[in-house]
Design a protein around this ligand. Sequence first.
Ligand SMILES: Nc1ncnc2c1ncn2[C@@H]1O[C@H](COP(=O)(O)OP(=O)(O)OP(=O)(O)O)[C@@H](O)[C@H]1O
Length: 685
Amino acid sequence: MSILKQDVQFIKGVGPKKAARLNKLGIKTVEDALQHFPRDYEIWRGIKKVANAVDGEDASFVVTFVGNANTQKPRKGLTITTWRAKDDTGYLWCVWFNQPYRSNMYSTDKLYFVRGRVEYRYGMVQLQNPIVEEYVPEKHDGSKILPIYPLTEGITQKDMRNLMAEALKRVEGSLNDEFPADLRKRFKLAEKNFAMRHIHFPQSLQALEEARRRLVFEELFFMKMALHLIREKNHSNNRGLSFEWDHKAFEEFVQRLPFPLTNAQKRVVDEILRDLKSGRVMNRLVQGDVGSGKTVVAALALYCAVLSGYQGAMMVPTEILARQHYATLKELFDGTGVKVECLVGGMKNVEKESIRFRLATGDIDILVGTHAVIEDGVNFKNLGLVITDEQHRFGVRQRAALQQKGQSPHMLVMSATPIPRTLALMFYGDLDVSVIDELPPGRKPVKTYHVPPSMKDRVLEFIKRQVAEGRQAYMVCPLVEESDAIDSQSAIELFETLRRGELADLRLGLLHGRMKPAEKESVMEAFAAGQIDVLISTTVIEVGVNVPNATVMVIENAERFGLAQLHQLRGRVGRGEHQSYCILIADAKTKEIYERMKVMTKSNDGFEIAEKDLQLRGPGDFLGVKQHGLPEFKIANLVRDIGILKQVDLAVRQVLQQRDNPAYKALIEYTMDKFNEQLNEITFN
Ligand SMILES: Nc1ncnc2c1ncn2[C@@H]1O[C@H](COP(=O)(O)OP(=O)(O)OP(=O)(O)O)[C@@H](O)[C@H]1O
């Protein structure tokens, strides 16, 4: 067995007990240990003289203790032990809290190495809770960079460092470098053994930088390579349906739409139509900012499927959205003979039964629904096109489940959360991407304001004025936590307060996740029909809701939402001809909150906001990476390492273009091997 696969418990100093704790960090083998990279480093810059100590800096000194230690008990539960020490330039005080035993640990006739954060107190140099070790010149002289690892209960930094030192000792020099020498040279990559050693125990900052660059490059390279291979597989294996349709009928339908398509819509529709007749399975992502008009693009793709003799299905994340899309599609297809139905969890069994029957016999052309459409028992006669409007709520698996209801149907994924271009490939590397980068004409940008909670009365006044002008408003109430129950409660409370108080004269509606589907639907319908002035809601209205007469979006505790989510919520207004407003009520307690609110008030561009969100929150949080079936990065950081990512692109291209090169061939095979599991999970057929 390779050393890398050995169980960590057999590493010197580990044993079964610590091994069990390490397992919690995902460390089971020697290889896992080596892949557990430091989260930071502690830099020791040699021994300082006391006279040169700088306030606030971490520093090391060589000293002798003077006199006796003194321990005081200023109050119950607190002891303070101080001991004076000196070198040939001055005195420093070592201070320990609740460590009275220190007073008899050291003698006055030995040299000690002490290290800690320097503080100037009353003109004296002080180290709080310093590390103290008997001075050994070989060990303590010179500068040093120590790794700081993510830990778990029962595992100390020291344990971790020992583990890494031992693990490295075992594999030293024997790690196989995946990259052929020519690639290493072209992209200036450090050798693998060097990288491993210096990421854990860097000899110098430069060595650390080289090690890190190599490992980031490696991680991004394999991810990107794997995604390319998936795409290739999808393209080559997947003989798909080749749609043939009556172009004249299609054109007539386009002409009869209530508005002319924007150029971006036309372009994206063309891209889709090309896929649909190509004979290969379409796997395409359509990205468009809020309100960019994705629904009509979906409708055209569906119409094409129906004209070609196939059924289409559209899966959306919420019932409200399912009903809304259903209504929109029905209207668009009015007079064409296309039969549209809607299937959601909240329907009566008899209704569901009848829809299932009609689907199986081919009596329904287009089915819109929630994940109810992927349940067992829902069978299509000949499903040719699957659309998921997902806003990142469906995982790869659900998409695949829907696709399996047909024989290699085409697939379209719609997303309104713009993903920075750099990330799109990482997350959706298995899909082709179309972008609707243009809003329908005549849209006025939503005016966005950030106000403190103390101005809420004025906000309510503003709502009243807008209502008096015939408009409608949304109020989104504090998201307390990811809990439907608690959020619903806070919506109910806000509703009650406003109903009895400031907004008593207006027609208020309430919408939250715990209401029955039929109740939600009737509230939404009433709001859409203008029978409700102000809709007080949880984030259930976040995605896709389209009521063009609504012009005010008030978001309470806006600081609790991510930028992408705020942008989605704001996207519920500004969908019609009237000037719209978004009011973010947030207590800017920290600079970060202030920055986030500023991004929202300054920009209406979803892509720009997504880019900022990524910078502020980091890619891990951005989309819930796990949901996408991709592993989180161990060392790469897509914000910081964007430069490396560009180099990686070049490297991947080189390898793919010269795959006859035996070394490259081996690299490709290695990638397939390494990502076998993910490849299977992500592939759609
Ligand atoms: N080319 C167009 N010209 C004018 N209006 C359009 C055009 N395309 C779409 N619309 C209208 O714009 C509004 C928004 O469209 P749609 O609901 O499809 O947006 P969306 O892209 O799904 O956005 P969101 O993700 O925010 O729901 C709708 O009222 C729709 O009728």
